[in-house]
Design a binder for this molecule. Structure first.
Ligand code: NAI
Ligand code: MG
Length: 348
């Protein structure tokens, strides 16, 4: 039997609740489709940061490097600044392993209440290693009236081209329609460059219809007419905002999955729900595990088991459509455990 070697980082808060649920479902799918998952757990988290002064130990990235994929629950804890968890763990992993595509599918499942009454089935492709999330910049004159902060955005031809190529190719495998998020009217250097590259790459994908929207208008359209979108590609910041917005449109942040992909497969990719550690509900068994389970399905697909991945998503959809088992964020009364058992039962 083929066995994949997975690094599992449950992290903090509800990460500890949704991660075991996701791994249990992925393993059950594996039993049906002839593959196994060998899990190695790492306790890297804000909890570890408070105990030992670092989110992960020295050499942590090298330990991850040997795995076939990484699964992450969520990190973040009250009392630890969010930039510590982000720059101490998530961003180093995304950058060291060249996970330059952040893929966030959004679907409105039948049976889920949403603020919009529309069909939603889209994917946000977020650039994941450069753009606005850059270390270049600094602060000066702290504490004086002239105090200042400067942060540079970084858009490279190679970095933008590769994420656009991924997005155009994905659109070609879906409904053949791509929307580029921009703001080249206000941001006059980097985003006109982005727009030029979109036009340039579009020529290589004649089967894909495309357009571009300014990010502000795009946010409004995503709420008003979500059905019209198929693949939306955006820079690191725009993609981050769009994917949370789109997840909310689809009913709950607890549903949304994500993949941080190294498409060349030189390094492991990382799979994680979009939501955070949700300290307000942590430890109570109330977390919606769908975001984590769907992320595990994306991992299973990345590992070469597309049918197994489809079945996991179909099992989630089937439980939601029946409607009697759902977590509180979706208006139900079930807990994490009960929902997970329903998905496992659906898988057979
Ligand atoms: P959050 O996503 O943790 O929570 C936002 C709201 O959604 C809360 O009311 C929470 O209860 C609810 N929620 C989130 N996931 C849910 C689920 N699976 N089921 C049911 N309800 C769910 O975002 P927040 O509150 O802004 O951040 C909390 C901590 O998580 C912070 O420390 C933040 O930095 C961290 N965070 C970490 C992320 C990651 O690990 N990738 C992503 C986002 C936030
Ligand atoms: Mg976000």
């Amino acid at each position: 039997m083929m066995t994949h070697d997975i690094a599992v980082i449950p992290g903090d808060g509800i990460g500890h609740e949704v991660t075991p649920a996701a791994m249990e479902v992925a393993r059950a799918a594996g039993r049906r489709h002839g593959f196994g998952l060998h899990l190695t757990e790492y306790d890297w988290s804000c909890e570890r940061y408070l105990r030992e002064g670092a989110m992960m130990p020295p050499g942590g990235l090298d330990r991850l490097r040997a795995h076939d994929a990484i699964f992450l629950g969520a990190v973040g804890a009250p009392g630890v600044p969010d930039h510590v968890s982000l720059w101490g763990l998530l961003i180093p992993i995304r950058r060291a392993f060249r996970q330059y595509v952040n893929l966030r599918p959004v679907r409105l499942f039948p049976g889920v209440e949403s603020p919009v009454r529309a069909e939603v089935d889209l994917v946000v492709v977020r650039e994941n290693t450069e753009g606005e999330y850059s270390e270049i910049g600094g602060r000066m004159n702290r504490g004086f009236p002239e105090e200042m902060a400067v942060q540079q955005s970084v858009f490279t031809r190679a970095g933008v081209t590769r994420v656009l190529d991924y997005a155009f190719d994905l659109a070609g495998r879906r409904r053949g329609y791509l929307t580029s998020a921009t703001k080249s009217n206000g941001i006059v250097h980097t985003l006109p460059f982005w727009d030029e590259l979109v036009k340039e790459r579009a020529a290589e994908f004649p089967g894909v219809r495309w357009d571009q929207e300014h990010i502000d208008a795009l946010c409004a359209k995503l709420v008003l007419q979500p059905s019209r979108f198929d693949v939306i590609v955006g820079s690191n910041l725009f993609g981050d905002i769009l994917s949370d917005l789109a997840a909310a449109v689809a009913g709950s942040i607890g549903i949304a999955p994500s993949a941080n992909l190294n498409p060349s497969r030189e390094f492991p990719s990382m799979f994680e729900p979009v939501h955070g550690s949700a300290p307000d509900i942590a430890g109570q068994g109330l977390a919606n595990p769908i975001g984590a389970i769907w992320s595990a399905a994306m991992m299973v697909e990345h590992l070469g088991h597309a049918r197994a991945a489809e079945q996991i998503v179909a099992a989630i959809a089937a439980v939601l459509a029946k409607g009697d088992v759902r977590t509180r964020d979706l208006g139900g009364t079930s807990g994490t455990e009960q929902f997970t058992r329903a998905v496992l039962a659906e898988l057979g």
